[in-house]
Write a protein that binds this ligand. Sequence first.
Ligand code: GLN
Length: 306
Amino acid sequence: MQIIIDEIASNMMQLQDKGNVASYIPELAKIDANQFAISVALPNGEIFNAGCFKTLFSIQSISKVFTLTLALDKLGETLWSRVGREPSGDPFNSIVQLEHEHGKPRNPFINAGAIAVADAIMQGHKSSKMLAEILHFVRFLADDQSIGIDENVARCEAHSGARNISLAYFMASFGQFENPVPDVLNTYFSHCSIAMNTEQLAKAGLFLANNGKNPNTGFPIVSSQRAKRINALMLTCGHYDGSGEFAFRVGLPGKSGVGGGILAIAPGKASIAVWSPGLDTIGNSKLGTYALELFAAETGWSVFGD
Ligand code: GLN
């Protein structure tokens, strides 16, 4: 495994076209695109790393996997009255479907869907309490108390967040929001601004590769059915309007973020985190996707067979 990922990391560093860092969040626009990291966590507790795997980055939309998991724990199947389970085929920040579908977002991984999930999990609590709970959960999953929120990124997102603010108020206009919109947005912007490195992220995702159980303790995080379903949503919706292309090239459930991270799950085999801040035109990490494509080909771990 170490040989495979060392080779992938060295291949990535040689590529010239690394994509472009997200420019619509000024704090992310400052990041050097010339970075790459990969970590592979196995259910037996082994972890393999290559590249700058200790460098913290903004996990952005990858956090939506953790908030969805919490929401399912709190609300069970009733969550699906607030958010759908279909790929949108539209960009992550699109508003177009919301009007036709009465303010119900297509899935929990597009921005509108994750904002609806943030509203659903708050259940009348203040965003500070909710954020403490989300952080507690992510720290528990990664077994790492040092994980925190990058407040500069969170502030910056709030300042440059006209589109997300519009999405939230547009959804609220259908009368489904249970909490004040500014509080919901604060929860959303802040959970997107959680900073992690690939090693922490691979560990945090391991329950999805291990039938819902934390392999270190054997403690169930979610049922195996729920782990399968979260993986199904990651495969079909985790890369927005690039989800089909990601399934075609990589063949693993995956969730990307505009910080350049991707969490990919090889069920029963590994949780893989990659990071490279340059994005493709859809907003998914360019080298991260390529690295996972090589990784899946090399290991034969595509869910569609080797
Ligand atoms: N926080 C980002 C936003 O709302 C998340 C988008 C993403 O990672 N695709 O725009």
